[in-house]
Ligand binder design. Structure first.
Ligand SMILES: NC(=O)c1ccc[n+]([C@@H]2O[C@H](COP(=O)([O-])OP(=O)(O)OC[C@H]3O[C@@H](n4cnc5c(N)ncnc54)[C@H](O)[C@@H]3O)[C@@H](O)[C@H]2O)c1
Ligand SMILES: [Zn+2]
Length: 377
């Protein structure tokens, strides 16, 4: 099948391209090689160079907001995987115009470019994100399942990090977050991802193009931009450690996330695009297993043989959530997908790759920027 993959030079995109090529698909990549992700000097995507000589992929350097570039890339394509996006929760808060432009505007332009020949498309897959949930799902010992709103400033101001039940104010326990949990986006980035999901599903239903919005949880692994301080806590911590500095941890480090290895995520995308069911759905791509942020820092330092403990900054960022662990069941039913990589094996893969990388640590500059904008409290 001839497949267009936007953002195919990026972290998740390049791993997806690898798997698609192995499975004998013809792949067209459209990517503008955003300097924040790829650096300033890149002319061809390093991750794809191995495939280019084999002519298994075509690379179009172009912007998802450029209709002509999209129309050219869509020639003969039967399935579209839309991964290109501006990716960065904190950054989106002081660049809302750019984030809505690329993510929402870009998605709109892509759909419009598909309109003319919509019968040709067998599948549309769009990258959504766990960030659209806001807080994950919780359970109160007395009141059962609850979906508390984001923590109020007054609570965070006194360092009370855990969520409480809206009815009885007891501390609640995180439970697996299902797709039907009410969405409570707490960042501009999350709002754009939620909109992207809705745009894709709405368009897909109208034109009868089976469509899947994949809610990726916290993806980590090789090729995540080590010097981009805006995305990927594992890559950010690794970059700090490789520069001999302590990872900076917000709150008390016990906030938890669902870390899924990029090879698993790429496989989920492949399964989504190859599927033949008539589906129009959003589903989680996750492991269902919690890992705390402090555990990420400790596990990386241990594997690198470094005696560097993370610094708990005891501060918090506007819009940060406490816990969100995905329920993998729906993804298992719809995509027949199950994550296979353990967190330990995934970190080993990330570290092995990073040995050959130059990691410039830009964390302090990004922290200062968030502070300047009043987004760290
Ligand atoms: N990494 C995660 O943990 C995570 C979690 C949830 C969702 N996602 C989503 O997955 C997708 C891929 O993310 P990633 O982590 O691989 O990020 P990434 O930054 O590595 O890849 C994004 C790619 O899109 C390209 N791009 C950016 N703006 C573009 C534009 N205007 N036109 C064309 N190309 C453009 C970049 O050059 C880059 O190669 C994104 O849609 C992101 O929102 C990622
Ligand atoms: Zn209660």
């Amino acid at each position: 099948m001839r497949i267009l993959i936007t953002g195919g030079a990026g972290f998740i995109g390049s791993h997806t391209v690898d798997q698609l090529v192995v499975r004998d698909h013809e792949v067209v990549v459209l990517d503008n090689l955003d300097p924040q992700v790829h650096g300033n000097e890149v002319k061809t995507p390093a991750n794809l160079e191995t495939h280019l000589p084999a002519r298994r992929i075509e690379f179009v350097r172009g912007d998802v907001r450029d209709r002509d570039a999209l129309c050219a890339a869509l020639q003969g394509v039967e399935a579209v995987v839309h991964l290109a996006a501006a990716v960065g929760v904190g950054q989106s808060m002081y660049a809302p115009s750019y984030y809505t432009d690329v993510n929402v505007g870009g998605q709109g332009t892509l759909l419009e470019a598909m309109v003319g020949d919509s019968k040709r498309y067998r599948r549309l897959v769009v990258a959504s994100s766990m960030s659209i949930y806001g807080e994950g799902a919780y359970r109160c010992a007395v009141h059962g399942d609850v979906a508390p709103p984001p923590r109020p400033e007054a609570q965070l101001g006194v360092g009370q990090w855990e969520l409480v039940c809206p009815s009885c104010k007891r501390t609640v326990e995180p439970v697996l977050t299902r797709e039907d949990k009410p969405l409570q986006a707490t960042s501009i980035y999350a709002v754009t991802k939620k909109t992207q999901e809705e745009l894709a599903l709405c368009f897909g239903r109208a034109y009868r193009i089976p469509t899947l919005a994949l809610r990726f949880f916290n993806v980590y692994g090789s090729r995540q931009a080590l010097s981009n301080p805006y995305t990927g806590v594992a890559a950010i911590f690794l970059s700090r450690l490789k520069n001999g500095k302590a990872p900076l941890v917000f709150e008390d480090g016990k906030q938890s996330r669902d870390f899924i290895h990029v090879s698993d995520v790429a496989r989920a995308v492949v399964q989504a695009v190859e599927g033949e069911d008539e589906v129009w759905e959003a589903c989680n791509v996750c492991t269902g297993r919690p890992v705390t942020v402090a555990q990420v820092a400790a596990a990386l330092a241990e594997r690198l043989g470094l005696d560097i403990a993370p610094v708990l900054v005891s501060r918090y960022r506007a819009g940060d959530i406490r816990h969100c662990i995905g329920d993998p069941l729906r993804g298992c039913q719809v995509l027949e997908f199950q994550a296979a990589t353990t967190f330990q094996a995934g970190l080993d893969e990330l570290i092995a790759w990073s040995e050959r990388q130059n990691a410039v640590d830009r964390v302090e500059a990004s922290f200062a920027e968030l502070e300047r904008q009043g987004l760290v409290r």
